[in-house]
Each structure stands twice: as structure tokens, then as C-alpha cells.
Design a protein around this ligand. Structure first.
Ligand SMILES: Nc1ncnc2c1ncn2[C@@H]1O[C@H](COP(=O)(O)OP(=O)(O)O)[C@@H](O)[C@H]1O
Ligand SMILES: [Mg+2]
Length: 298
């Protein structure tokens, strides 16, 4: 059983707002699966549904290959947007309450406090915690009971750069121990650094899904021009290394893999009797790939 979570056509509407629109995801065991999308794209709604906190209007999902039920959710630790703890109890006491509710016992409390870096402040009341410490306590709560799957909604929210770094390391460590992590984030850089797989969401719709390497792989753009632009274009269209051709005035912009040697582009052009009057190569940023994907949906 290699798919931990599968959703089929999940949809959710709030009045006039289609928060989720036919979302189908397959999350492999052992992956760090990023759900990447701008604010309002439906990430929190999707996580709320699979955790049983929000009712979908239509669609279905399965955990561990089964109809979802409470026995599955016991194997899932989660951190949703705002961790809810009791302000006048200590961090440790709050975790005990969570452990009681989830029936996990207290053994995993200390390791969770240590991993998330709040062990030293475990005896302080929750209301005295900084935003970052509150977020860390939320993560510690998600780790209680050694869950097979962690579901984290924007886990680095409110953290300073050190905290962001620590949380990303923690996620990668947990994944190395074999835990599957489902991570919603609007931060491209975070998903790129941490996730093995990514689903790109915009306005409740899935735009793309795959491994991070495939989807967010950077590309090079080669600008090329020649006197006979039509002939140049037809030569380049036959070159399988050229992924995309965009005509920009008198210049063709070719998208190629960064590993593509320049000669593999220019030699067939020369052989066709054309000489390039303009030739320039530049790298595109991941950011622009992501923005391209999202823009296509508008
Ligand atoms: N309880 C709610 N009532 C009305 N609209 C909501 C509610 N929750 C979310 N929405 C709307 O649904 C859309 C998706 O929201 P959300 O799932 O929170 O997106 P994300 O987590 O990607 O920022 C947004 O337009 C949001 O305003
Ligand atoms: Mg959200």
C-alpha cells in the first residue's frame, strides 16, 4: 500500500466562493508532499476536509487505502493554522491534555518538546509564549503518539529565520525516519527546499502535481534570431531538446533543460544554412515557473 492519502474530486463551496473545485491528489508513503498555492487557493480547506474538520460538498478520500475513520486519524498528527491551547496552563500541561484527547499516553511528550526546541520553556504558561514558541508547541502536539503521517498547515508561519530553518530541518528529519509529511504552504522556496512532491493549487483547482524535481525544475531560455525567422522556427520545432518556442518580435525564445549543450541547438540551425543574428542564453527562476503556472489559470 503505497498511497497514504487519495482524494477524488473534492469540492467545497462557501456561498458564492468555490474554495475547492474537484481536487484529486495521490500522496505516496514516505513523501514530503507540498500543497503549494497563494493565499485563498484552498489549501486549509483541503486539509480540514481530510482531517474530518470541514465537510466537503462532494468528492471522496481514503486514508491508508480505506474509507476514512477515527482509527486512521489516530495515525495522523496535525498542525492547523492556529494552534488552540489553554493560555493559563503550561506548554507541557497543554500537551498532556492533547495526549489525553488523542489517547497517545505521555511517553512522547518529552521527545516532542526536545525536538521542537521548547523543552526549556515547558513549565511556562502558554500565554507567555512568543508566536514562534506557540507554533513550536503546535508542532510538538502534532508529533505526539509517533504518528505515521504529519499534516502541517503553513508550519513556519510567524517564525523568525532561525525558527524557519529549525522547523524545516525537523520536517526533513521526520521524513528521514519514515514519516509521511503533508505540508501546505504559500512559500515556493519552502516547498522547493523541503518537499519531494508538490501539488500546485490556484482558486481551488489543481494546476499540476508531480515530483518537485519535475515540476519546479528550472529551465534555460535561449533567445535566437535569424534573417529568415520562419525557417529558423521550423528547424527548431524539429529539435526535441527544445521544449517550448515563443515568438517575441524578431526573436524566438526557446525553453530548454539547463543541461542542454548550446551546440545541440545551434548546429542544426547552421546545417540548415541559417546564421544566427542574435544568440543569448539565460536561466529562468523557479519563481517564474510557479508564477507562470498560476497565471495560466487567471
Ligand atoms: N469558513 C469560511 N467561510 C467563507 N469562506 C471561506 C471560509 N473558509 C475559507 N473560505 C474561503 O475559501 C477560499 C479558500 O480558503 P483557504 O482554504 O483558507 O485557502 P488557503 O489556505 O489556500 O489560504 C478563500 O477564498 C477563503 O476566503
Ligand atoms: Mg491556509
Amino acid at each position: 500500500m503505497n498511497i497514504i492519502l487519495k482524494t477524488e474530486n473534492l469540492s467545497k463551496r462557501y456561498g458564492a466562493i468555490q474554495a475547492l473545485d474537484g481536487l484529486s491528489l495521490s500522496i505516496p508513503r514516505g513523501s514530503v508532499y507540498g500543497i503549494l498555492g497563494p493565499n485563498g487557493s484552498g489549501k486549509t480547506t483541503a486539509l480540514g476536509i481530510i482531517l474530518g474538520a470541514i465537510r466537503a460538498n462532494s468528492g471522496s478520500w481514503s486514508w491508508f487505502g480505506d474509507e476514512p475513520g477515527p482509527e486512521h486519524l489516530r495515525k495522523v498528527g496535525s498542525l492547523l493554522e492556529k494552534p488552540n491551547f489553554l493560555p493559563y496552563l503550561t506548554g507541557e500541561r497543554n500537551l498532556k491534555i492533547v495526549a489525553d484527547i488523542r489517547g497517545t499516553g505521555y511517553d512522547s511528550i518529552e521527545p516532542a518538546l526536545v525536538k521542537t526546541g521548547i523543552y526549556d520553556r515547558r513549565k511556562s504558561n502558554f500565554h507567555t509564549y512568543s508566536l514562534g514558541m506557540k507554533q513550536r508547541l503546535g508542532l510538538a502536539a502534532a508529533l505526539l503518539g509517533d504518528p505515521e503521517v504529519l499534516v502541517l498547515d503553513e508550519p513556519t508561519n510567524g517564525l523568525d529565520p532561525q525558527g524557519i530553518y529549525d522547523v524545516r530541518q525537523l520536517i526533513m528529519d521526520e521524513a528521514r525516519c519514515g514519516r509521511t509529511v503533508i505540508l501546505a504552504s504559500h512559500i515556493l522556496d519552502e516547498v522547493e527546499k523541503v518537499c519531494t512532491h508538490v501539488a500546485v493549487l490556484s482558486k481551488g483547482k489543481l494546476l499540476a502535481q508531480g515530483t518537485t524535481a519535475e515540476l519546479l525544475k528550472s529551465a534555460d531560455v535561449i533567445e535566437i534570431a535569424a534573417d529568415n525567422l520562419d525557417k529558423l522556427q521550423s528547424v527548431l520545432e524539429k529539435n526535441t531538446l527544445v521544449k517550448k518556442i515563443v515568438r517575441n518580435g524578431n526573436i524566438l525564445e526557446l525553453t530548454v533543460d539547463p543541461a542542454t549543450p548550446m551546440e545541440r541547438i545551434t548546429e542544426p540551425v547552421a546545417r540548415a544554412g541559417l546564421s544566427a543574428t542574435h544568440l543569448l542564453r539565460r536561466a529562468t527562476k523557479l519563481e517564474s515557473r510557479f508564477l507562470d503556472l498560476i497565471k495560466g489559470d487567471n
